[in-house]
Design a binder for this molecule. Structure first.
Ligand code: CA
Length: 606
């Protein structure tokens, strides 16, 4: 009933009022108590058994959890219910986020056209009027032997086989992961994450089905060297591709948060974020605050609505964390682009963002426009500074980039610095700066009540990247009703279909009762527990710790007599309220299966 009322109220909203989009049936919950405490387990038991919520993932160190709410319950009802729970610090919908380019690839250029532009050093556009000084950075590039500065490109992915990526050796490699062995060698929770992670597919397979992430990555590299001609040379930087936006450039806040934690926990010092939305997410704000404590720089697109971010906020650009740099886009005249958001208080600086030439998938080059394209020039400049001075923290990188802008009268009252990026002077200034080893303290102010209010009423934020639900826009009421009935029935049909198939899967292997010790590794956590049943396909694991549904774990299982131990990787496929978990083995080696067969010979069937 509540859902129907909300649908009707949305249809009646005035034309200009927009509701934020979020992933149906999902919420992000932050508890007051620490992960692993009795209170947190009590909440999870209640969520699982009383509220029928399913845990999708846990960000344990933040005591933050991503849940699916039961079918038939609206996100609004779940938020209201959980907001009233004394254990909950805040709860919010899983907002959708969008890439910040003005359109797709505007022109895909032939090799000869690229040659003409590259002969003029980068694009003619950057070399002439709005010259940000990348040529000076190229020529001044010194091989210092320092570690490569790692830039996380949190985006639509990357064509890692593009000749520019190959020729510059720029794709980040995880030094502690053995490719393709099906094992989470570095125990960071991701199996075979050799070149970043694909949060859309939850796989190590990287590709770019949109072009946006590949274009952004090329712009970052264009500050390192002339990527439009050969020969290319080994870059001073590494690109860590973290795909969270799908082929339409849309992603969820929960995946953005996972990508942000992955980036800083795996060595990225600069995070490029050419995406955004109008929904304030406290969970996302906490993730960004974490990047600040880790000394990273968080570069964010101002957005493409031609609006003032000081009055109509855009996130993550508007978060006030001291390491966030918000970037507007300018034309070659240094005038702010018509589509670009601006804000004398909330937007840090401007950078070129119209008809920018860069890499696109399948060995190509093309132009795109947007604050998405302005942002990576800043990230690329910061990366060169970080390579030159590895000890420099994100906060200082930001201070220097902002102090070194070229002041432009047209940008007064448009951006905080009244200026446009100057890569050459930023890098030169970093080289001679006294390195600051500390940063100002920062505490995120939590605003749970604001969350609930904005979620339930929708928002008038008009941040263009957030798709709109406007009156007169959609189907007539009868059509909407049919769609709603369809949306309700479809999951039921899928569920019934899956149920009808489930017993078949369960009978694939005979299960045996046993009572053995098990050591469980989850990311960098080591847990203990017991095994109460074992088959060649999986095991029932009992532990007082929380394992997330779908999570990858490694089990070190003791034999029934305790004489030997066998290690096997697995995935949590079900969980019960009494801390029992079903774990399916992932590609268990034959040697392990042989041992399990031997162990279970004398055991009774479960
Ligand atoms: Ca790993």
């Amino acid at each position: 009933m509540l859902f129907r009322l909300l649908v009707i109220s949305l249809l009646l909203l005035p034309h200009a009022v927009r509701a934020q989009e979020y992933v149906p049936g999902e919420v992000i919950v932050r508890l007051k108590s620490q992960h692993g405490s009795a209170e947190s387990f009590s909440f999870m038991d209640k969520a699982h058994s009383d509220k029928s919520m399913r845990l999708r993932r846990a960000w344990a160190k933040m005591s933050m959890y991503h849940y699916t709410v039961p079918q038939g319950q609206s996100v609004e009802a779940a938020v209201a219910d959980l907001h009233a729970d004394p254990n909950v610090l805040y709860v919010e919908p899983n907002y959708l986020l969008h890439k910040s380019s003005d359109s797709g690839v505007q022109s895909s250029l032939s090799a000869s056209e690229v040659q003409v532009l590259s002969n003029q050093s980068q694009s003619a556009y950057l070399a002439t009027n709005a010259n940000i000084g990348v040529q000076a950075v190229w020529s001044g590039n010194i091989t210092t032997g320092s570690p490569r500065a790692v830039v996380a490109v949190i985006d639509t992915g990357l064509d890692t086989t593009h000749p520019v990526m190959i020729g510059t050796g720029a794709v980040w490699t995880n030094p502690n992961e053995i490719p393709g062995n099906g094992v989470d060698d570095d125990r960071n929770g991701y199996v075979d994450d050799v070149h970043g992670w694909n949060f859309v597919d939850n796989s190590p397979t990287m590709y770019d089905d949109d072009s946006h992430g590949t274009h952004v990555s090329g712009i970052i590299l264009s500050v390192d060297q002339n990527i439009y001609t050969t020969p290319l040379h080994d870059a001073n930087i590494r690109i860590m591709p973290l795909k969270f936006l799908n082929g339409s450039g849309v992603g969820s806040t929960s995946d953005a948060i996972s990508a942000i934690y992955y980036a800083v926990d795996n060595g990225a010092s600069i995070l490029n974020n050419s995406w955004g939305g109008s929904g304030y997410s406290t969970a996302l704000a906490e993730a960004i605050a974490y990047t600040y404590t880790k000394g990273a720089l968080f570069v964010a697109a101002a957005g493409n609505n031609g609006m003032n971010n000081d009055s109509v906020p855009m996130y993550p650009a508007n978060y006030d964390t001291p390491n966030v740099v918000a970037v507007a886009a300018t034309l070659d005249s240094d005038l702010i682009a018509g589509f670009s958001n601006y804000g004398a208080a909330r937007v840090s600086l401007a950078s070129p963002g119209v008809f920018i030439l860069s890499t696109i998938p399948n060995s190509g080059f093309g132009t795109m426009s947007g604050t998405s394209m302005a942002t990576p020039f800043v990230s690329g400049t910061a990366a060169q500074m970080k390579y030159a001075v590895p000890g420099m923290l994100g906060y200082q990188l930001k201070s220097i980039v902002m102090a070194q802008v070229l002041n432009v009268p047209q940008l007064i009252s448009k951006v905080k610095t009244s200026g446009r990026l100057n890569s050459a002077t930023s890098v030169a200034s970093a080289r001679v700066a006294t390195v600051e080893t500390s940063q100002p303290a920062y505490t995120l102010t939590l605003q749970p009540d604001r969350q609930l209010a904005s979620n339930l009423t929708g928002s008038a934020a008009g941040c263009g990247m957030v798709r709109t639900m406007e009156s007169g826009d959609g189907e007539p009421p009868l059509g909407s009703a049919a769609v709603i009935v369809g949306l309700v029935l479809l999951p039921l049909i899928v569920l019934l279909f899956m149920r009808s198939r489930a017993p078949e899967n369960r009978r694939r292997y005979e299960r045996f009762k046993l009572n053995s010790d098990v050591r469980i590794s989850v990311g960098d956590r080591e847990l203990v527990g017991s095994i109460s049943s074992l088959s060649l396909g999986g095991a029932q694991v009992n532990t007082s710790a929380l394992l997330q549904d779908g999570g990858l774990i490694t089990l070190m299982i003791s034999s029934p007599n305790g004489d030997e131990k066998v290690e096997v990787a697995g995935r949590v496929v079900w969980s019960a309220a009494n801390k029992a978990y079903g774990v399916a083995f992932d590609h268990a080696p034959q040697s392990a299966l042989t041992r399990f067969s031997e162990w279970t010979k004398s055991l009774s069937k479960a």
